[in-house]
Design a protein around this ligand. Structure first.
Ligand code: ADP
Ligand code: ADP
Ligand code: ZN
Length: 213
């Protein structure tokens, strides 16, 4: 099963991808995560991406296409994958179809998560994650069950993304409107797109998505 989660920053793509991953036993391919680990490792890609990410802009298409093509080719994607954060431009969407076609694959569902702009800013402002396993949390909407301790792995260290500040968020939303929103009609045109109300709580949104299967 090959799935794609589409939506603005803070919509809940990563949150729902983690749940779908557990449900279907297929990996979450988050290009944002891949880039953050490239930055942390100081690779050539990381060096190129760092300032772009901090400015809330997009890393060049050719780098992203190469990154995701290599990732989809790995063994753990044999049963499928969940794309989270890719594609983000029409060029990336077209390249994705080409690379899937070449492998005899296609996208089973493109799930677009719809969330109001005010809620996005609130979600991003309160976002944090486990420094050990990456599990996602929120200051208001999803605190660990035991204060200061990750539900998934028990670790006690958490981190916040450098780009989750007000100024960068506004730039990221602008980038989303200008460059990513135009891919919605691309997926609408051939009937692959399903729209899901992302304004409800995490569990309700998850149930709505699972009802699609
Ligand atoms: P994205 O991957 O689309 O940027 P995330 O999954 O990281 O979004 O979610 C952004 C923040 O909002 C996280 O802190 C997450 O815990 C929280 N969140 C996700 N979905 C919901 C929801 N349906 N209701 C309230 N908060 C949510
Ligand atoms: P969010 O969860 O807020 O949607 P991501 O973690 O997906 O953010 O991405 C963080 C940043 O990484 C983006 O703001 C952008 O700079 C870069 N990035 C991630 N995916 C892509 C992509 N497919 N194309 C270009 N840049 C990307
Ligand atoms: Zn953890």
């Amino acid at each position: 099963m090959n799935l794609l989660l589409l939506g603005p920053p803070g919509a809940g793509k990563g949150t729902q991808a983690q749940r779908l991953m557990a449900r279907f036993d297929i990996p979450q391919l988050s290009t944002g995560e891949m880039l953050r680990s490239a930055v942390a490792d100081g690779t050539d890609l990381g060096k190129e991406a760092k300032a772009i990410m901090e400015a809330g802009k997009l890393v060049p298409d050719e780098l992203m296409i190469q990154l995701i093509s290599e990732r989809i080719g790995r063994g753990d994607c044999a049963k499928g994958f969940i794309l989270d954060g890719f594609p983000r431009t029409t060029l990336q969407a077209e390249a994705l179809d080409v690379m899937l076609n070449e492998r005899g694959l296609n996208l089973d569902k493109v799930i677009s998560i719809l969330v109001d702009e005010d809620a996005l800013i609130e979600r991003i402002a309160g976002r944090f994650s486990c420094a050990n396993c990456g599990a996602g949390y929120h200051d208001t909407f999803k605190l660990p069950k035991t204060k200061g301790k990750c539900d998934e792995c028990g670790a006690t260290k958490f981190e916040r993304r450098k780009d989750d500040n007000r100024e960068t968020v506004i730039a990221r939303l602008k980038t989303y409107h200008e460059q990513t929103l135009p891919i919605v009609p691309y997926y609408k045109a051939d009937g692959r797109l399903v729209e899901v109300d992302g304004m409800a709580g995490i569990d309700v949104v998850c149930d709505t998505i699972l009802d699609l299967f």
